[in-house]
Every structure is written in C-alpha cells, then in structure tokens.
Design a protein around this ligand. Structure first.
Ligand SMILES: NC(=O)c1ccc[n+]([C@@H]2O[C@H](COP(=O)([O-])OP(=O)(O)OC[C@H]3O[C@@H](n4cnc5c(N)ncnc54)[C@H](O)[C@@H]3O)[C@@H](O)[C@H]2O)c1
Length: 441
C-alpha cells in the first residue's frame, strides 16, 4: 500500500500510532483540530512528555515519513486508511462524550477521497458506537473499530508490541486494509464484530481497574490487620492464574482512561438493567482510596489547618506529565480545602492548578522542607533519594507513602515515621492486638 495513512488526532494515541506506523515503514499524515499543535509538531516539538517521543519525531520528520496538516482535506484525501484517535472523555452522568468522534467522522464525510477509504475508529467508545456511526460513513467508505491498548509512559513501545490486535468490522474483508498495516508485528489478530471489539477494549480496562481496586481492598485489610500488603500481594500474584500485574496498592487509579472507561461500562450496564455490580464496586473502592490516604496523614499529624505538606508527584502515573483525572490532584485539592499549604514536586509536571498558597517547586528536597511528606506518584527516582537527605527538613517527622514506592526501613532508620498503604505501622499492630484481646474476652 503506497498511499499515506492518515491519523486524525495527534494526542497520546494518535502520536504513538503515527510514529509506530512510521517505524513499520509507512508514510503517515497527522491532522489535528488545534492548529498550534500542528505547528509545533511540524517543528518537531512533542505535545507532551513521553519517553522516546522527541527522538522518534525528529527522526521521522527528517526522513519525511511523517507530515502534519491543519487541513483535513490535505491530510486525508490521498489515504486509503484513516485512523481516528480523538478523545472520548466522561460526561457528568458517566456516559462517554462522543462529540469529538462524531465531529471527526462528519469532517471526513466532506473529504474528496481518491479511493474508497477504510475509516478505523481507535478511540475507546461504548459498545454500539461504531455501528451507530456506520450509516454516516456507508455512502463513501467502510467504518471499522480497532481499539488501542497502549500505556502512557511506554506508548510507542506498546503500539509496536501489542499482546493482540483486535479488529471489529462488518465483514472480515473490511478489516484487511487495516490489519495489513500491522502484519509485520506478527501478533495474534482477533477478527470480530464492531461491538465485540468495543466491549473487548472497555472490559479489558475495567478488569485492569478491578485488579487495582482489589489490590487496594487487600492492602486496606492488611493495614487494618497489621499485615504487610507487599508480601500478601506478591504471594497472590505468583499464582499464574492471577499474575502480578496491577496488583499494586496506592491512592487509586487516575488518568484519562480507567475511571472514564469503567464509568462508561457501568453506564451502559445500567441501561440494560444490570444493577450495581463489579463495575460499580471497582469505582466505589477507587473513590474511597484518596480519602484513606488523607486519613493516614491525619492520624499522624492531626488537623491540617496551618500545616505545610510536601508532596512528591502529581502525574497520574510515573513517566508521564499527564495530570488528567490524577487522584494526586484530588488529594492536593482536598488538603487545600482543609487548610494545608503544599510544596509540590513532580519531575515532569511544571504547570498544574493548585490550591491558593500552594506551589510547584523544582526539587524533591525543596518540597520535603515541610511538616510532613506525602508521596502521590510512583516515580522510581523518589526511592533513590537517601532519606537522611530529607529527614531533618520534615518538622513533624511524618512520611506517608501513597504509592508504597519508598524503602520503609530506610525511612524509619533516618528517624522518620513511615506509613504506607497496607504496610503495617505501629498503630495498625496496636489495633490488631487490642482487637485480638477484645475477641478473647
Ligand atoms: N491515553 C491513553 O493512554 C490511551 C490508551 C488507549 C486508548 N486511549 C483512548 O484513545 C482516545 C484518544 O486518547 P488520547 O489520550 O490520545 O487523547 P488526547 O486528548 O491526548 O488527544 C486527542 C487529540 O485529538 C484532537 N482532536 C479532538 N477533536 C478532533 C477533531 N475533530 N479532529 C482532529 N483532531 C481532534 C485533540 O486536539 C487532541 O490532540 C480516547 O478515546 C482514549 O480513551 C487512550
């Protein structure tokens, strides 16, 4: 196929798809509705922080493998395959906002295609979406659904190394132009219907979110009981039927995907009369987790009024500067409402909406000059800082590790009080002893 592939939307998924396809030897056109983004991309400036993105972008611009357009006609008219990767955020009622997807399809309807195009919807959408949009495309092209499973922080790598390729189409033949693009990856392909493919994507995310909520429930029990969640979850994860991935407790899942995707499946389930089940429980546990972390801090320092809290991490996960729906931001907001000021450090986040009186600082040690230290993103570099370097700066001696990323023994050896998620502290052990004696009476 010598025609360029067109990608509509140059966000996390759009850029990873562009650079991944360019790596596979295709010429790729990128179109975005935001002209400033297009302008910066043409100059090789990535729209966000993502490992390998700057080098790959530079390389493929220099080799003329990727081109950026602010006109959909110029970007798409010569393409046989057009991939839509625009955002699908949550509405207030939990349903997915599909307005950008619809706008992209409507825009493509006005393009004078040189050939009959295959339009590949890659955004995460609720089941039934692609079928309902297909009538808009049928007069001039085929519409298929092919979800993306990449993770921010390893986006291009994940694009090129998927566990499987899922493609949903009305007939197997309609999937061929898209699957041909990825043939070199030599991965298993699930050919299925469009709705099945949509369900595979949103239910995969719901399952991963469920695992995180499960890990948090187990860790919360460990914390109450005086057990160690690290050992308990490691022991569970060794079971090959379960696996270790995503069995990490913390402040809960945030970011642009899990919460909105589980809400969207929950919303669709409710429409089919399926009541409060696992999807709702997953969200409920997650919603409670930031409050638990705040309570641990409160147990150690009391009222937040007039305190200064050092915060390490704002991004929703390590290796990204993405703060969309970051639970770290929600925790910082709540602490601000309760009278604390925050000194916040994140290696990648340089702009963020913070409560009045709080500010971003430029080093982890500067943030740690506070009454207490709170870790909210699992950046590995936080664990590499010797606790003796910050111990003397923490006036109330308290470290709450909302991601279980620090070495608890080293923190305690530096003279600090350490509390993690389901990592037993003295107070939990005391609670268990008193509960045990109450039970034997
Ligand atoms: N971010 C992830 O880790 C990830 C992983 C898998 C799937 N997804 C899904 O992929 C989709 C895109 O996610 P993202 O994180 O890349 O979003 P994003 O917000 O980073 O990027 C969306 C891009 O689309 C552009 N856009 C919006 N409307 C447009 C239009 N009509 N025409 C052209 N461009 C338009 C925006 O300007 C933006 O650049 C979502 O449905 C998301 O759920 C995301």
């Amino acid at each position: 196929m010598s025609r360029p592939i067109c990608i509509v939307g140059t966000g996390y998924v759009g850029m990873a798809s562009m650079l991944g396809l360019a790596d596979l030897g295709w010429k790729v056109h990128g179109y975005d509705i935001v002209p400033e983004r297009v302008d910066r991309l043409r100059r090789g400036i990535p729209p966000y922080r993502e490992p390998k993105l700057p080098e790959l972008l530079q390389h493929h611009i220099e080799h003329r493998n990727v081109h950026f357009f602010d006109s959909i006609e110029e970007a798409a008219s010569g393409s046989q395959v057009v991939i839509i990767a625009v955002g699908t955020p949550s509405r207030d009622d939990g349903s997915a906002d599909l307005s950008a997807v619809r706008a992209a399809v409507e825009m493509l309807a006005h393009v004078q295609f040189a050939t009959w195009p295959t339009i590949v919807l890659r955004s995460t959408v609720p089941p039934g979406t692609t079928d309902s949009l297909s009538a808009l495309v049928a007069p001039w092209g085929n519409l298929i659904y092919a979800p993306e499973f990449l993770r921010e922080g390893s986006a291009v790598h994940d694009f090129l190394n998927p566990d499987r390729i899922v493609v949903g189409s009305a007939t197997p033949a309609e999937a061929v132009p898209y699957v041909t693009l990825l043939e070199r990856l030599q991965k298993p392909v699930v050919f299925t219907s469009r709705s099945n493919a949509e369900l595979i994507k949103c239910c995969s995310n719901a399952y991963l979110a469920l695992k995180i909520s499960f890990a948090n429930e187990v860790a919360n029990l460990c914390g109450a009981f005086g057990a160690t969640s690290d050992d308990v979850l490691r022991g569970i994860g060794y079971d090959q039927r379960i696996g270790p991935h995503f069995l990490r407790p913390g402040i809960g899942f945030g970011g642009p995907c899990f919460e909105k995707d589980v809400k969207s499946v929950e919303f669709v389930s409710a429409q089919y009369g399926l009541g409060e089940g696992l999807f709702s429980a997953t969200l409920r546990v997650n919603e409670g987790q930031p409050g638990r972390v705040i309570r641990i801090l409160e147990e150690e320092i009391g009222s937040f009024a007039g305190t200064t809290i050092g915060v390490w991490g704002l991004a929703f996960k390590a290796n990204t500067d993405d703060i969309r729906d970051s639970l770290a931001l929600r925790i910082v907001d709540e602490l601000g409402r309760r009278g604390a000021k925050m000194l916040v450090y994140d290696p990648a986040v340089h702009v963020a909406p913070l409560p009045v009186g709080s500010r971003l600082v430029t080093s982890a040690l500067e943030a740690a000059r506070a009454d207490a230290l709170l870790v909210l993103t699992e950046w590995p570099q936080f664990a590499r800082i010797d606790p003796t370097a910050y111990a003397s700066g923490i006036a109330r001696r308290v470290v709450v590790d909302g991601r279980n990323v620090l070495d608890a023994d080293r923190v305690v050896a530096a003279g600090l009080i350490y509390r993690g998620i389901g990592r037993s502290g003295p107070s939990a052990t005391e609670r268990r002893t008193s509960l045990a004696s109450a039970l034997t009476v």
